[in-house]
Design a protein around this ligand. Structure first.
Ligand SMILES: Cc1ncc(COP(=O)(O)O)c(C=O)c1O
Length: 361
């Protein structure tokens, strides 16, 4: 006899994870917005040093990491939450804030984990379409807030469309949303946004206690395999709540050590951003050269619309057959598009050459 699961399990979408975990090294992995560059030797060294002590539980308060983040971002440590990846903090926020009858507002298409938040809690997802340029429509999102809203999520820059909204628009949203509604600005890719300073949003925290800036070590720091993310909060209440709903020891010792060490290498962050920006120019120029429409990317990936008559699945398959993995728009909320991570210059060239072959028949 089959197990009897909770009703809500049927509503939880399966996360559209990319293929390619057991593929040979020569495959260009441009499907998961990862860094193509390995961790720094100092970061690997920091991880190795903690391994001999893993008979002990990790520090459940993440004290060293929070203190170091506090120094880096000027936010008090009691207002910094840590997570087993930033997804962990999103799911914990849903657990703490949402319940049947409550609403969560987010744009669509946006990050694939957001639909899980309503589904796992029985809350209602209110999705607001992106505008004609694949950007968040923040006035429409403000209008979507009702008495039932507990959480608004803005993904800036947005995954999968790579577009960013100016900070002033976020200020206007914050001004329009009542204090009891939590606003999470998911800034997983903020370091790659050259429209403004990535840390300009930090200035908003003191004036907006309901604001949470969600960051990760998975992208620019290249530590997604270790799983560590953090939230910079306008008030301590958010951290206390997300810590309350999770298991203790949610961030392992290797992840804590790697993140602390990574924060010592701001120069490496700058180098990686420069390489990613050069890579996205390479991809944007190449895609436009093929006559394809590309959104204005402020992330470490690009989003391109395929011609109307193109068979998206066949294009993705054709690329995979040529050793290049990218994400099909259909899996991310909009059919007829591709999301392509900025790889090394060679990987980007391989992608463009393979796509040219497919598009030009
Ligand atoms: C917008 C956005 N937020 C958060 C994450 C999650 O990152 P992690 O859980 O690895 O910190 C991702 C990962 O792709 C993302 O695209």
């Amino acid at each position: 006899m089959a197990l009897e699961f909770a009703r809500r399990i049927r509503d939880i979408p399966v996360y559209p994870a990319a293929d390619g975990y057991a593929l040979p090294d020569e495959v260009a992995m441009l499907a998961s917005n990862e860094s193509p560059y390995p961790p720094l030797p100092e970061v690997v060294g920091a991880v190795q040093r903690v391994l001999s002590g893993v008979n002990r539980y990790p520090d459940p308060t993440n004290a060293t990491l929070r203190k170091r983040l506090s120094r880096a971002y000027g936010v008090p440590a009691n207002r910094i939450a840590i997570g087993n990846g930033s997804c962990d903090i999103l799911l914990a926020a849903a657990d703490a804030l949402l319940e049947p009858g409550a609403e969560v507002v987010y744009a669509w298409p946006s990050f694939s984990i957001y639909p899980h938040l309503a589904a796992t809690t029985g809350a209602t997802a209110v999705t607001v379409p992106l505008d004609d340029e694949d950007r968040h429509d923040l006035p429409a999102m403000a209008d979507a807030v009702t008495v039932a809203t507990r959480l608004v999520i803005v993904c800036n820059p947005n995954n999968p469309t790579s577009t960013a909204v100016p900070l002033q628009k976020i200020v206007e949203l914050l001004d329009a949303v009542p204090r009891h509604v939590c606003v999470i600005v998911d800034e997983a890719y903020c370091e790659f946004n050259v429209l403004g300073h990535p840390d300009a949003s930090l200035d908003l925290l003191d004036a907006h206690p309901n604001l949470v800036l969600l960051r990760t070590f998975s992208k620019v720091h290249g530590l997604c395999g270790l799983r560590v993310g953090f939230a910079l909060c306008g008030a301590e209440e958010f951290r206390l709540a997300v810590d309350q709903v999770r298991q203790p020891f949610f961030c392992n010792a290797a992840a804590q050590a790697a993140a602390v060490e990574a924060l010592e290498h701001g120069d490496e962050v700058t180098r990686r951003v420069e390489r990613a920006v050069a890579g996205r120019l390479q991809l944007e120029e190449g895609l436009r050269g093929l006559g394809l429409l590309v959104t204005d990317s402020q992330a470490n990936f690009v989003w391109t619309h395929l011609p109307e008559d193109a068979d998206e699945a066949a294009v993705v398959r054709g690329l995979a057959e040529r050793g290049v993995l990218v994400r099909a728009g259909a899996a991310l909320g909009r059919e007829g598009a591709l999301r392509v991570t900025c790889g090394t210059p060679d990987e980007n060239d391989r992608f463009l050459a393979a796509l040219a072959e497919i598009v030009n028949g």
